[in-house]
Design a protein around this ligand. Structure first.
Ligand SMILES: [Zn+2]
Length: 188
């Protein structure tokens, strides 16, 4: 990957299959004052509530890309690692304060436990599978399988450590092979 330069062609692509066939979903949430004479909406700034860039070839979200003003921009601390990296699968536990988890039962329990364990990276960047969790007085120990992209085992460990919202213990970490690159112009 040494020919990856810090220019648009390097980061403006799917981190998994390297396709440049991307689209973005933007959800706006805006509040405007109403002019009492005309009913027109007063000036106001639309606030971007949420935006997700997606690859049209492999349909995965692109957490190394964000939306700024009117264009897609890279997240500097994520894109070189994700685009040039390989998937790593970690089996790990994170011990967190129980009040970090809104609910540990019901259909959204896995997402709450993932968010409690790894915050935004857990729900946006990593692929996580919560195997089970255990209560220990005011603490919860979450047992997870995590897939993340990194350029080395050391980098994968650092990313997990940085994202963990509590005491992290990695019991195994294995490199997986990269999904096949999308060939440009290939018919689907
Ligand atoms: Zn893709």
């Amino acid at each position: 990957m040494s020919d990856f330069h810090d220019d648009r062609t390097a980061w403006l692509r799917c981190y998994r299959c390297w396709s440049q066939n991307l689209e973005i979903q933007i959800h706006y949430d805006a509040i405007r004052r109403v002019d009492p004479q005309t009913g027109a909406l007063a000036e106001g700034v639309d606030e971007v509530q949420e935006s997700v860039v997606q690859c049209l070839d492999c349909m995965h979200d692109q957490p190394h890309l964000t939306f700024e003003d009117d264009h897609v921009a890279p997240i500097d601390e994520r894109w070189p690692r994700m685009v040039a990296g390989t998937p790593w699968v970690a089996s790990c536990t994170v011990q967190i304060d129980a009040d970090r988890v809104e609910s540990c039962s019901g259909p959204e329990a896995a997402e709450y436990l993932t968010y409690g364990a790894f915050g935004d990276a857990g729900v946006r960047e990593f692929f996580t599978h919560v195997r089970f969790h255990k209560h220990d007085e005011e603490q919860i120990v979450v047992h997870l399988l995590v897939e993340l992209y990194a350029r080395s085992a050391q980098e994968a460990t650092e990313v997990l450590e940085e994202a963990a919202e509590g005491v992290l213990e990695i019991t195994s970490l294995a490199e997986e092979s990269r999904p096949p690159a999308h060939a440009s112009g290939e018919a689907h």
